[in-house]
Design a protein around this ligand. Structure first.
Ligand SMILES: CC(C)(COP(=O)(O)OP(=O)(O)OC[C@H]1O[C@@H](n2cnc3c(N)ncnc32)[C@H](O)[C@@H]1OP(=O)(O)O)[C@@H](O)C(=O)NCCC(=O)NCCS
Length: 390
């Protein structure tokens, strides 16, 4: 396995009803990443796109080949990777394997999703395909209702209230406020959180991510290409670990509904690869799709004890100057969750943090960052560890 480096990033602003077709959002993100990496198109051997809903909501599949064609890469190896909301990071994992495995020296990974042109009922139904259709979807479950089940169970099991989850949303919105590429630019406080509209009891609007559109891209390359590329004085960023862990799609099939086993496995694998411990991690860009998933992720990833994840961060530990910053550009909650693109946005933002180019959102001097992108309610969990190198 060869070392793999992240050498270029590109992103579009996360939007709603911008009228830009998906292929052109992807084109913009990929072109920006290629320009940022300072490489030529002809160096790229492979393009992978992460996407979840295009087949259903825009009648378009084969986005890998389509995006390759649109950006002038017709003929290269290209494909789409789907792992529901974890599609973007899963596509990145494919890129890492291709470069690390010696198949290509340079790969471009794009995460792209366009949902807001469809009516909310159709989008909700498309998102529900990430659940187990025969056990959940067919019974009318949506992602909001499934997360409501998890949150209700957590509150009952551990004796916590709605208010206990509020600081996750407040921190995400605080960080998202200064993200120029983010979707929601609204600071909130506990009162706003508690008074936000109930979606499915106990999940409120401010526990949930917005439906939105966006595309992001990263360029992955060998060390030789990375060192030769024009880096504008920025440090090299290595992919020190890349791993997927899985679990049952259906909540009722879990060994313990209060443990995200996919997160346990994915985190353990990625940390073993990187050879680091929890205390080495300076940023955790987790999958804060719902505040309950934030709590459960903090526990399953080993940063909090079982039943205590909801309390983690109440003393500022998760802010940008805290001991474990999360959602540093707003996370899924405020930057937005264009589902198949989200995992690539996380990598773009983490690259910015590690290269010291995060502007107002900068975390002080990070060296290691863990990113985690989750498909469904925890069935596919894709983790990456990025390391700043000299
Ligand atoms: C929460 C949800 C139902 C809201 O949809 P909606 O009722 O159509 O809301 P709209 O898009 O019309 O937005 C209405 C207002 O709420 C705001 N808003 C929408 N979603 C929001 C959210 N999650 N958090 C905060 N504000 C939100 C909008 O910005 C808008 O504000 P404005 O009036 O100031 O412009 C929808 O975003 C949703 O289904 N989210 C869940 C998506 C999901 O589950 N994804 C997969 C995760 S695994």
């Amino acid at each position: 396995m060869r070392d793999v480096y992240l050498i270029g990033i590109g992103q579009t602003k996360v939007t709603k009803n911008a009228g830009i077709r998906g292929r052109y959002m992807a084109e913009e993100a990929i072109n920006r990443a290629v320009a940022h990496a300072g490489i030529e198109l002809k160096q790229i051997g492979m393009l992978v796109t992460g996407n979840m809903t295009a087949g259903r909501l825009t009648h378009q599949q084969q986005l890998g080949a389509l995006h390759a064609d649109v950006v002038g890469l017709r003929g290269v190896e290209a494909a789409t990777v789907e792992a529901a909301c974890g599609s973007g990071a899963a596509a990145t994992r494919w890129g890492v394997m291709a470069v690390g495995g010696g198949f290509h020296d340079v790969a471009v990974v794009c995460g792209s999703e366009r949902m807001t042109h469809a009516c909310l009922d159709d989008t909700t139904a498309a998102l529900a395909t990430a659940a187990d259709w025969e056990l959940e979807g067919i019974n009318g479950e949506s992602f909001i209702s499934l997360n409501a089940r998890l949150m209700k169970r957590y509150m009952h099991t551990y004796g916590v209230t709605s208010e206990d989850f509020g600081h996750f949303a407040i921190t995400a919105h605080e960080n998202g406020f200064t993200n120029p590429n983010g979707f929601l630019h609204k600071k909130i406080d506990m009162e706003t959180y508690l008074n936000s509209r109930m979606l499915v009891d106990p999940v409120k609007l401010l526990d949930a991510p917005p439906v939105c559109d966006g595309a992001a891209a990263v360029i992955l390359a060998t060390e030789e290409v990375a060192r030769a590329a024009h880096r504008q004085g920025l440090p090299l960023i290595k992919i020190a670990g890349s791993a997927i862990g899985t679990d049952s799609l259906a909540l009722d099939s879990r060994r313990d509904m209060m443990v995200l086993e996919g997160v346990v496995l994915s985190t353990r694998r990625v940390m073993e690869q990187a050879g680091i411990k929890h205390e080495d991690i300076d940023i955790f860009e987790l999958h804060d799709a719902y505040t309950i998933i934030t709590s459960l992720s903090l526990e399953a990833a080993g940063f909090a004890e079982k039943g205590k994840g909801v309390h983690f961060g109440k003393n500022g530990e998760i802010t940008r100057t805290g001991k474990l910053p999360i959602s540093t550009f707003g996370g899924l909650k405020s930057r937005g969750h264009p589902v198949g693109a989200t995992g690539v946005y996380q990598l773009v933002e983490t690259y910015m943090q590690l290269t010291g180019t995060a502007g107002e959102n900068q975390v002080p001097d990070p060296e290691f960052a863990l990113t985690q992108n989750v498909g469904g309610t925890g069935a596919t969990v894709v983790s990456h560890i990025l390391q700043r190198c000299s």
